[in-house]
Every structure is written in structure tokens, then in C-alpha cells.
Write a new protein. Structure first.
Length: 88
């Protein structure tokens, strides 16, 4: 994928998953053999574990969302700076 395609995938993730809470988008955005390396959860480090994480997050914070502030990409790496907003 090109740098532009990679940044578009990250933007789509923020919009579809983090803002619209569309967990079905994860199946389109993530590979079936995805491994989570974030270290933020004790759930399985798989796509299913990631879906579980977001289900728990969206239940606890039903109006949570994110604003994508900056995005830097080089090669196959994309770094983002986001601001999360919502009420608990």
C-alpha cells in the first residue's frame, strides 16, 4: 500500500470505529491474523480481542469519540496524534 493509502486506512479507523462505534469496520480494516501490540489490554491480542476492547470501551463511554489532530506517515508506518472526547 502507498503512504496515502495507509493514512486513509487510519483516518477511516478513527471515523468508523472510534467515532461511529462501527465494530463491523474492523473486519474490513484489520487483517484476520492481526496481532495487537499496544499493551493496553489484558484481552486476547487478536481481532476478536480488539472487538471486545472496543465493546467494553463504548459501553463505559457511549459518547466517546476522537479528533485526529496530526498524522505523519513514512513507508508502511503511520503515526497519529488524537484527542479523545466524551463523558463517562
Amino acid at each position: 500500500m502507498t503512504t496515502e493509502e495507509n493514512t486513509a486506512v487510519v483516518r477511516r479507523f478513527v471515523e468508523e470505529v472510534e467515532n461511529r462505534h462501527n465494530l463491523g469496520a474492523l473486519d474490513k480494516l484489520f487483517s484476520p491474523d492481526y496481532v495487537d501490540h499496544s499493551g493496553i489490554s489484558t484481552l486476547p491480542l487478536t481481532l476478536d480481542g480488539t472487538k471486545q476492547f472496543f465493546t467494553i470501551l463504548f459501553t463505559a463511554f457511549p459518547d466517546i469519540g476522537a479528533t485526529l489532530n496530526d498524522q505523519v506517515a513514512e513507508g508502511d508506518k503511520v503515526v497519529t496524534r488524537k484527542t479523545f472526547h466524551g463523558h463517562g
